[in-house]
Write a new protein. Sequence first.
Length: 467
Amino acid sequence: MKTQSLLRKLLVASAILAMVLIYSTMTAARPDDGPSHDDHELEDLFDDSSQDQGDHENHASHDDHDDHASRDSHDSHGHGSTDGTCPEHQIPEAEDALCRGDPLGELQPGQSMLVRLASLEVADRAGVMLTEPLPVSTAREESVPARVEFNRSRLARISPLAQGVVREVRVRPGDRVTKGAVLAEISMPELAALKSQFRAARADAARSEAAYVREQDLLARGISSRQEFQQAEAEYAAARSEVERYRQQLLDFGLTDSGIEELVSSETGSARIALRAPFDAVVIETAAAVGERTSPDSPLFVLADLDKLWVELNLPASRIYEARVGADVRASFDGLPGMHFSGKVFQIGASLDERSRTLKVLAEVNNPQHRLRVGMYGEAWLLSEQQGSVPGVPAAAVQQIDGVPYLFIQQEADLFELRRIETGRRVGDLVPVTAGLDLHESVVSGQGFALKSEILKARLGASCADH
């Protein structure tokens, strides 16, 4: 028995010695690798309790790290408010598309969420362009050729009423002038003669008035006869009539009452008259040069009000039934892609053009920022009174998110509303919005993708502070 026990001890010792030799050999082969997987296995063989304790500590450390990371992520998002308001954007967090983008898919047409940019400077750099919706007919429409013309009721050709010489020119083509602004000063010999006649008539009227007053007094005292009084009265009336005649001629030259007084009070023999703008307008043409002789037959200036222009529509004979005074018109023109101009029909031609067999229809349209130019060609649509209409926006204004159409509508300089809409079949450059939009709202028509990208970044996990 003792021999067997001794043998078993020798075998165990030999096995342990072999393992130690193997371990020493492996450690010598990898001197710089640090503790190896075999080291841990060897330790495990000899100390199971230390392994359990280490696993427990590692697990606790991992949980602490996850919890800390979660708190850091939440804090970096800036949502420390307890009243439901996003401190970063100062809007309700439930409506903040940058904080909570997931509910977008649950929005119904007309419902919206808010997007606030980081600052006004960011909004300026984004270069957002705005437009107002235009009415678009829900029925099928066909365009007709259109051409821009001056508004002839607000077009003026300014020329002097008599021959003269240009002494001063104060405006150039393209200048904006207000009503009554001086365009040029003209020296007129005819006006100088009229000035002298007016002054003489006023002096004669003063003498006649004095004689009339004297005769009236003498008649009252019984010194003068009634016949002499009546003669003085008639001469005074004739003198006043002559003054009024010359005064009216001066007014016809464009002078005002104050201008007439200034003219006749001048001691010089010459007479200058100022050519003035009859209304607020833009100077289209000038043909005046200092020292040049003028004539009533040659206009010196052409002025036009460009805020409202006329559009001539050529309506085919088969569609003249659509022409109606007061009908809404929408027009677009070559060179101004994506822009539409609205107005109303105010005149319908009395006859068809013999060659083209079309009816001329005139509409007055608004011309904001004076983008339209006289002579531009394009196309126009007559919107029938019986046809329904909905707001229409440029195609670039509609943003698709997950295949659903949205619009950005400006609420403040740096605050935009992302609104779910429904759209109809495209009409020209416009997309009809059949639900979710009203006229006269400020819709983002340019750089809307910059706002959309902020939402996409948020949905990918970017925090509020990243926007």
